[in-house]
Write a protein that binds this ligand. Structure first.
Ligand code: GLU
Length: 289
C-alpha cells in the first residue's frame, strides 16, 4: 500500500528476505527477516535455491513454517529462483553480446593451485587463466564451463561503483574489491550475484537488507546493476547475531535453529518483536559492525 501523508506521495520502501534453503533458519535469519519486514512498506520473500548441491525442498517448507511462527508476513508470492532461470540467462546474454563475460574451464583445483589467497566470492582472487582465450565453440559444447565477468572491461566502462547505506553514508568500491566473478556455473544456471541483482530489480527492491557478512558482495553487484541499467537500491548491512563468546552462528557450531526454539516453547512473535528492538535472547550478542 502506498504511503500517503497529507496529499504527498512518499516513496514506497520495498525490502526482501532471501534465504537459501540449505538448512533450517537460525536466530540470525530471524533478525534479518524481522528488521527487513520492519524497514519495508512492502516485503518480498525470495528463495535462493540455485545451488543444487546445497539446497533441499524440505528446507523451503521449513522457511515458510519458521516465518509463520515469527508472525512475519511477506507481500505477494514467494519468488523461487530455480523457477526463474530464463531471466538470469537473458541477463547473461546481454553481457555476452557486449563481450563482458568469458567462458572459464578452470576447476576449483586449477584455481586453488594458482593462488595463495582463498578463492574470493567476488572473483577478486581469480588469476584470469581463461580471460582472453580465443573463442572455441567446440570446447564450449563438450567441456563443462562457467561464465565469468570480465571485470577489467566492465570497470573501464563504468568506473568504480558506489553505493549508499540506508543512513545516507556513501561508499566507493576499491579496485581490489571486484574481480572476474562467476555469473553462471557448471552446475547452476546462475550465480548468486547475477540472480540477486536481476531479482532485486524485478521485485522493485529499493532497500537491500542483509547481514554485514554479505557486504563484500555489494561492489560487484552494484557493477552488474550499472552494466545492465538496473535501478540502484540502498543497502542496510546489519550486524550479525553471534554466540555470547563471539562465535558465528553456523550449523557446525550447533546454532539453535528456530525450529528447536519453537519446540522449546519460545514465543515466536515475541521473539520477532524483541529482535526488531535490538533485544537478543540470553547467550547471544551482536557483532561490532
Ligand atoms: N541467500 C543469501 C543467504 O542466505 C542471502 C543473499 C542476500 O540477502 O543478498 O545468505
Amino acid at each position: 500500500m502506498a504511503n500517503v501523508a497529507a496529499g504527498t506521495h512518499l516513496p514506497v520502501t520495498t525490502t526482501r528476505f532471501a534465504p537459501s534453503p540449505s538448512g533450517r533458519l537460525h536466530l540470525g535469519h530471524a533478525y534479518s527477516a524481522a528488521i527487513g519486514r520492519r524497514a519495508g512498506d512492502r516485503f518480498r520473500l525470495r528463495i535462493e535455491d540455485l545451488d543444487p548441491g546445497r539446497c533441499r525442498p524440505e528446507f523451503i517448507d521449513g522457511i515458510l513454517e519458521d516465518l509463520a511462527w515469527l508472525g512475519i508476513r511477506w507481500d505477494g508470492e514467494p519468488l523461487i529462483q530455480s523457477q526463474r532461470t530464463h531471466l538470469y540467462a537473458d541477463a547473461l546474454d546481454q553481457l555476452r553480446e557486449r563481450g563482458l563475460v568469458y567462458p572459464c574451464f578452470c576447476t576449483r583445483a586449477d584455481i586453488a593451485a594458482s593462488l595463495t589467497a582463498p578463492h574470493g566470492d567476488a572473483g577478486a582472487a581469480y588469476p584470469g587463466t581463461c580471460r582472453g582465450l580465443p573463442d572455441d565453440p567446440e570446447r564450449r559444447s563438450t567441456t563443462a564451463h562457467s561464465w565469468r565477468l570480465d571485470s577489467a572491461k566492465a570497470l573501464a566502462i563504468i568506473g568504480l561503483p558506489t553505493w549508499t547505506e540506508h543512513d545516507g553514508t556513501q561508499f566507493e568500491a576499491k579496485a581490489g574489491d571486484i574481480g572476474d566473478a562467476i555469473l553462471a556455473r557448471k552446475d547452476a544456471p546462475s550465480s548468486y550475484h547475477l540472480a540477486c541483482i536481476v531479482d532485486d530489480a524485478n521485485s522493485g527492491v529499493t532497500e537491500v537488507v542483509r547481514g554485514a557478512d554479505l557486504r563484500p558482495s555489494t561492489p560487484v553487484q552494484r557493477l552488474l546493476q550499472l552494466l545492465l541499467g538496473l535501478p540502484e537500491p540502498t543497502y542496510r548491512h546489519h550486524a550479525l547475531v553471534l554466540h555470547g563468546d563471539g562465535r558465528r552462528l553456523a550449523k557446525r557450531d550447533l546454532a539453535p535453529t528456530l525450529a528447536a526454539m519453537r519446540d522449546g516453547e519460545v514465543d515466536g512473535r515475541a521473539l520477532a518483536a524483541d529482535l526488531v528492538n535490538g533485544k537478543l535472547p540470553l547467550g547471544f550478542i551482536f557483532s561490532a559492525d
